[in-house]
Design a protein around this ligand. Structure first.
Ligand SMILES: NC(=O)c1ccc[n+]([C@@H]2O[C@H](COP(=O)([O-])OP(=O)(O)OC[C@H]3O[C@@H](n4cnc5c(N)ncnc54)[C@H](OP(=O)(O)O)[C@@H]3O)[C@@H](O)[C@H]2O)c1
Length: 317
């Protein structure tokens, strides 16, 4: 079957490590695994990390990339694939598709049957393909870990990204006052059009916030600390711009801040996210949709850093 996979690693030029070509059919790990015919997927920064060799060992190559998929399940129904699998071979006890089990950027993907959720009515395959990784992570950052219901104001750093645009859209749909930073003036305009207050990175906010959504890391972490209200939660799920920021500990104890790490979400989080999007009419922010036949262009787009929302791949074309 055709697939997009990492055949080697290249830290300096991850796109050079991407291969598009034939790969064997996915192998189910167990009797309860089923095969899904993929209709749509979306890219995540995770796919670029994999091509750089971060979180993926050379012994696992070639590895089909992609965490997100919407497809047709074994019963002929359209399904959203929950991308986290139980994995005894991983110190976390879990792994994502494309880490140990082959990923979704292919004609077919094998997953446990319990990882299939019905595609909600009214949601297209390309829209729903944005939800399993970036949107799930943003949902858990806000709701489950950030306890956003206890506060009124949210700051989202690096707002052009997939997780960040999800956090902006979800926090707005939850009725919160949302501030978002972006380095790019055009992206700030687009964030403002969603209903958030867009500011330059590092700018003083008109108020301190209760929850900070932090995926950028070193470049924005000091601003996250300075913008936090007493008892605020700074929720970290990524570190695109560096994972070793300088941290002012005085500010943490004086303001009684909580720095909380999180990754992906539980099946319950996923079900709540799908229900919330259906109930509130929330639709993913899509940067661009690329036919699978041009999947390299989709990767180049993500790698450019110029994205606003999710980069989606249509597997029917
Ligand atoms: N732990 C998890 O479960 C999980 C799940 C999903 C993602 N993540 C992580 O979260 C991060 C974002 O993922 P994504 O898929 O949303 O990535 P993405 O779509 O590629 O996000 C890119 C965004 O990051 C911001 N950015 C990049 N470099 C920056 C810099 N030097 N200074 C300031 N901002 C910078 C940019 O914002 P502006 O251009 O708007 O400034 C850009 O729009 C990644 O590190 C990813 O690995 C983790």
């Amino acid at each position: 079957m055709r697939a997009a996979f990492a055949s080697r690693f290249d830290d300096a030029d991850p796109l050079a490590a991407l291969t598009v070509g034939e790969q064997p059919e996915p192998t189910p790990w167990d009797d309860d695994w089923v095969t899904v015919q993929v209709l749509a997927s979306s890219l995540n920064h995770h796919d670029l990390w994999s091509l750089r060799g971060v979180g993926l060992g050379a012994d696992r190559l070639p590895m089909i990339l992609g965490c997100d998929a919407v497809g047709v399940g074994p019963d002929g129904n359209e399904v959203v694939v929950y991308p986290v699998i139980a994995d005894k071979g991983d110190p976390r006890g879990i792994s994502l598709l494309s880490e140990h089990a082959q990923g979704t950027l292919a004609e077919r993907v094998a997953v446990p049957r319990s990882n299939l959720l019905p595609l909600p009515a009214g949601l297209s395959a390309t829209d729903a393909a944005c939800l399993p990784t970036a949107w799930l992570t943003a949902w858990r950052m806000l709701r489950t870990v950030g306890r956003v219901d206890e506060g009124d104001a949210v700051l989202v750093q690096g707002a052009g990204g997939g997780v960040a645009t999800a956090a902006v859209a979800l926090a707005l749909a939850m009725g919160k006052r949302v501030y978002a930073t972006s380095r790019d003036a055009a992206k700030r305009e687009r964030i403002a059009a969603l209903g958030a207050t867009a500011v330059e990175p590092g700018a003083r906010l008109p108020e301190r916030v209760d929850v900070v959504v932090e995926t950028v890391g070193a470049a924005t972490f000091d601003h996250s600390l300075k913008s936090a209200a007493p008892m605020a939660r700074i929720v970290v799920s990524g570190a695109t711009a560096g994972h070793e920021p300088k941290v002012n500990l005085r500010r943490i104890f004086a303001m009684q801040l909580q720095i909380l790490g999180t990754s992906m979400g539980t099946p319950d989080d996923m079900a709540q996210l799908l229900a919330f999007c259906a109930e509130h009419g929330v639709r993913p922010v899509v940067d661009s949709v690329h036919p699978f036949s041009q999947v390299e262009e989709a990767f180049a787009r993500l790698h450019s850093g110029d994205v606003f929302g999710k980069v989606v791949v249509d597997h029917t074309r």
